[in-house]
Design a protein around this ligand. Structure first.
Ligand code: ADP
Length: 588
């Protein structure tokens, strides 16, 4: 990202908190001034008050010294709060924007970016951005102020010695930066090992039944143990380096630096060219100079990482949302009068291979079209195109002769009742799962939707009826019950069109019957496109499209295809042995 562009965007985040930002900077400047003033007051006590035996002056200066310490403590406190608040405000805004924006992105984006990874990335990136606006920002700014201030005061006291000191600093800074780089690499390694351990634990816990059943618990334990040992070894090395090098710097470099100052200044004092008080100022500043050096070195890398994080966040924000999702695209309330038509539709997810090739078919209003065929032949993809989760690369989908792309996306989707193969249920009350948290849909409508799909009796059996809690992914319902809830959800939204991807899992005869009845309720009086896996849905359809390798290999009625298309007859024979008993039975 262009530097100026990045700065402009950062500015935009800070702009609403200009006041806080200004207060933070002012606090840092005051703090620096107070820190610089301390040694200067000591100098005037030593050089001025003591030789003149001026007790009053000495007491006043000592009081001023104490006052400055107190004031600088208070300013530090206020400044930290102000800056922390700034960081929190900015990060909240960044996260809101990113999560809000993610929800508008096309489905294809989530194909390429697994949700877990995406969330972890956004979370850690925004955390780094928060640090940039709080800890890292504060430290870098105050320490740079202090560093510049020290050099300026020293220069005004004795330019020659200051130049000597300044010359010694770059090698120390370089050493410290290298040291922190090494330390950070070790920390990163440790973090990655930790991520691996916690991912393994999560996987092992989720797969505990498999591990137990196949007697692999001991293997799981030893594999965890191995990673944990490696992490421990790495952590030991890290601590060794951290504390070893830190104390080395503190005990060796620090005193050596001060000794060098004394060696350079002592002759000047003896020659009467410099006072003791000035020596004290140099020593005091020299001692404290190591702090900003360490702090700057430690935070420079954090600063760079935060910039990378910011760029990644800006990259997500720069992605385009779904086409046509902007409000305001007109869509007549009853645009669908005659038919939906796929016209020579070609589609591919990736450059290398077409998933749909030249698909053409029509869904007349009120009819049910069934898609059948081997798995991977493109049935679900055709359904996704109808819902406009993706747009075809060639050809078009028309609604009463109008291209789908010209209809407003939200309006179009509102006409569709979608039932996916793996019906997703949110953890929460059953009623909310049916109306997807849309309060405009009253409980009576939820109930009649459940009635229509024949789910009322199972709902009544639940401990709190409509208010019963559904666990994550609906794990406390049976597969058949989840399907019925998904049907009811589709109906509750009063769709004109039903798009249904039937579950492939086989169910017992009783559940099968309930699902069949539920489906009849769902399809009643509606236009439907069904990826069919049940014989009843296939037989009940007005037209069956047999798909193979992304193309429609044959179409017609069940009877016609059974007679005229051996591959279809074979598929039916394999999947539904009971069909041999006769088509009439399957209809019932
Ligand atoms: P069906 O519903 O007939 O089983 P699909 O439409 O699900 O077939 O899949 C058709 C082909 O497209 C398959 O080869 C599948 O691997 C591929 N495919 C499906 N979804 C995606 C996706 N999100 N990204 C990439 N390829 C996909």
């Amino acid at each position: 990202m262009e530097k100026s562009e990045r700065n402009r965007r950062i500015g935009a985040y800070v702009a609403p908190y200009r006041g806080l930002f200004a207060m933070g900077i002012a606090a840092m400047l005051l703090m620096t001034a107070a820190n610089l003033a301390g040694p200067l007051i000591l100098r005037s006590i030593i050089d001025d008050s003591i030789p003149r035996a001026d007790m009053r002056g000495m007491a006043l200066r000592a009081l001023a010294f104490l006052g400055i310490i107190a004031v600088s403590g208070a300013i530090t406190y206020v400044g930290s709060i102000v800056v922390a608040r700034l960081g929190l405000n900015v990060v909240t805004q960044v996260k809101n924007e990113v999560f809000g924006h993610l929800l508008t992105l096309p489905v294809a984006y989530f194909d390429a970016h697994p949700v877990g990874e995406l969330m972890a990335r956004v979370e850690s990136d925004s955390e780094k951005v928060k640090q940039l606006f709080s800890e890292i920002g504060i430290t870098l700014i105050t320490e740079v102020f202090f560093f510049a201030g020290v050099l300026a005061v020293c220069f005004s006291l004795d330019p020659a010695i200051t130049i000597w000191i300044a010359a010694a600093l770059p090698p120390i800074l370089a050493f410290v930066i290298l040291f922190f780089d090494r330390l950070r690499a070790l920390y990163d390694k440790s973090r990655k090992m930790w991520a691996r351990i916690s991912a393994s634990v999560a996987e092992f816990v989720q797969g505990i039944e498999v591990l137990r059943a196949f007697d692999r618990v001991a293997w799981a334990e030893s594999s965890l143990d191995e990673t944990a040992r490696a992490k421990r070894a790495n952590d030991v090395r890290t601590s060794f380096l951290e504390y070893g090098a830190m104390s080395g710097l503190g005990f060796l470099v620090g005193p050596a630096f001060m000794a060098a100052i004394v060696v350079v200044i002592a002759p000047k004092i003896l020659a009467g060219a410099m006072t003791l008080g000035t020596l004290l100022v140099f020593l005091e500043y020299g001692r404290r100079l190591l702090e900003p050096i360490m702090a700057i070195a430690e935070n420079v890398r954090g600063f760079q990482q935060a910039r990378v994080s910011l760029d990644r966040i800006f990259a997500i924000l720069a992605l385009e949302g779904e086409p046509g999702s902007a409000a305001g695209i007109a869509c007549a309330p009853h645009a669908f009068e005659r038919s939906i038509d796929f016209e020579g539709v070609w589609f591919r997810y990736r450059e290398d291979s077409w998933v749909l090739r030249d698909i053409s078919f029509s869904i007349p209003k009120g009819s049910t079209i069934a898609l059948v065929g081997p798995s991977g032949s493109g049935k679900s993809t055709a359904v996704s195109l109808l819902c406009r989760f993706y747009d075809p690369q060639r050809g078009r989908i028309l609604v009463d002769g109008r291209p789908l792309g010209e209809l407003g996306l939200p309006e179009w989707r509102r006409r569709i009742g979608l039932v996916l193969q793996d019906a997703y249920l949110f953890p929460g009350a059953l009623v909310e799962n049916v109306r997807v948290y849309d309060d405009a849909i009253g409980e009576d409508r939820v109930r009649s939707a459940l009635d229509a799909v024949g789910a009322s009796d199972f709902v009544d059996r639940l401990p709190s009826g409509l208010r019963s809690e559904i666990r994550e992914r609906g794990s406390n319902l049976s597969g058949g019950e989840r399907q019925l809830v998904a049907f009811a959800r589709a109906i509750a939204f009063g769709p004109e069109i039903v798009v249904l991807d039937e579950a492939t899992a086989s169910v017992d005869a009783q559940t099968e019957r309930r699902i069949r009845e539920g489906m009849a309720g769902l399809l009643q009086g509606r236009t439907a496109l069904v990826v069919a896996h049940r014989l009843s849905s296939i037989v009940g359809a007005d037209e069956i499209l047999f798909m193979k390798n992304g193309a429609i290999a044959a179409r017609g009625s069940h009877e016609g295809l059974m007679k005229g298309f051996p591959e279809y007859a074979e598929l039916v024979r394999l999947q539904f042995p009971e069909a041999a008993a006769g088509v009439g039975n399957a209809r019932g």
